[in-house]
Design a protein around this ligand. Structure first.
Ligand SMILES: [Zn+2]
Length: 341
């Protein structure tokens, strides 16, 4: 029969094509004997010349005197087939190969080429480990996964050193690009095509996330170099999805120096001009210090325009025009407050 693992697009069948001198015996109960998928690494550095299946076969057959290469399946990070590390099918799984001593009868030998005391598992290798593992499970070949040194009598052995469990489970999220799916963690956002910090802030409206929130929460991120699929933090702004309730504004009449609304400029007269003049005088921008009442007379003339201009020069430097409007009002209110009014 043909197993699912044999149909993996990165698998190459090398059974009977590697150096050998005979054949291993069949397992007593055939493939059903296999209970454990035993994971090895070759302990040869990936960069070394002998890190290939022919060299392993020569060593096992020529030096060790075994009938065939030790492992049923070998993953080769140095050979990429269909975008993933090659998987070589070396010894028929019905045979009892030599890779785990007393456990050979129940063990399936899988070797990842490399010395993972120093080499690192590459993405293409992890993908093949995962593919092979899934296929073997689907085929019902083995029930357990064990590293070579987890087998009876092999705790001394530096095999395998890579964390095969991690490769099966969570290594994907550590090493592979994040899959495109809704953000599972509140407070995180995955950059979509065309996103900028400004557009993300915009989505949430003026009461929610601000660009400054995003910059503060993502200190290592250059907002001009966002990449599609990159995850950013929404930071404290994650709590700001619900617009803050409007705090009712205190009526101006409740202040000691109520400020007029609207725009006032040269030529204006009346109570609102008087209010403005009193407020300016309270923070030492007198319309005319030498005049009666410091020039508070209800007439928006040159003196008052000059007082407004002096105030603006200090507090609204972008708008020094001698005209009282929204920005000047806001700032004047703040200055009055800071002086205890
Ligand atoms: Zn081993």
């Amino acid at each position: 029969m043909t197993y699912k693992f044999q149909q993996l697009p990165q698998l190459v069948d090398k059974r009977g094509k590697l150096p050998s001198k005979g054949s291993y015996n069949k397992r007593a109960n055939g493939v059903k004997s296999i209970t454990t998928r035993v994971w090895h690494h070759s302990l040869t550095k990936l960069s070394a010349g002998g890190s290939n299946i022919v060299a392993f076969a020569n060593f096992h057959v020529g030096t060790n005197g075994w009938p065939e290469i030790a492992y049923h399946l070998i993953i080769d990070p140095n050979t990429i087939i269909n975008g993933k590390a090659a998987i070589y099918y070396c010894v028929d799984i019905s045979k009892r190969s030599y890779h785990a001593g007393n456990s050979n009868t129940i063990g399936l030998g899988i070797c990842v080429i490399g010395d993972y005391r120093t080499d690192k598992l590459s993405e293409v290798t992890i993908r093949s480990i995962i593919d092979l593992h899934k296929a073997l499970i689907a085929d019902g070949i083995g029930k357990y996964d064990k590293a070579h040194n987890e087998m009876p009598g092999y705790s001394w052995k530096a095999c395998c050193v890579f964390d095969y469990n991690k490769a099966f489970k969570d290594v994907l999220s550590d090493l592979l690009p994040p899959a495109k799916q809704p953000d599972p963690v509140p407070g995180l956002y995955t950059i979509q095509e065309g996103d900028t910090f400004w557009s993300i802030a915009e989505k949430d409206g003026p009461a929610g996330i601000t660009v400054n929130d995003l910059i503060a929460a993502n200190s290592g991120v250059d907002p001009t170099k966002l990449k599609v699929g990159q995850t950013i933090k929404l930071g404290k702004s994650q709590y700001a999805y619900t617009p803050k309730p409007d705090v009712p504004k205190k009526p101006q009449s409740s202040y000691r120096y109520p400020l007029p609304s609207g725009v006032l400029k040269k030529g204006a007269r009346g109570d609102s001009v008087r209010q403005l003049q009193k407020a300016l005088a309270a923070v030492h921008f007198y319309p005319n210090k030498n005049a009666k009442n410091n020039g508070v007379d209800g007439i928006y003339g040159n003196d008052t325009a000059d007082a407004v201009r002096r105030f603006q020069r200090v507090y609204v430097p972008g708008q020094v025009d001698g005209v009282y409007g929204t920005n000047t009002k806001k700032k004047l209110q703040a200055v009055l407050k800071s002086k205890g009014y």
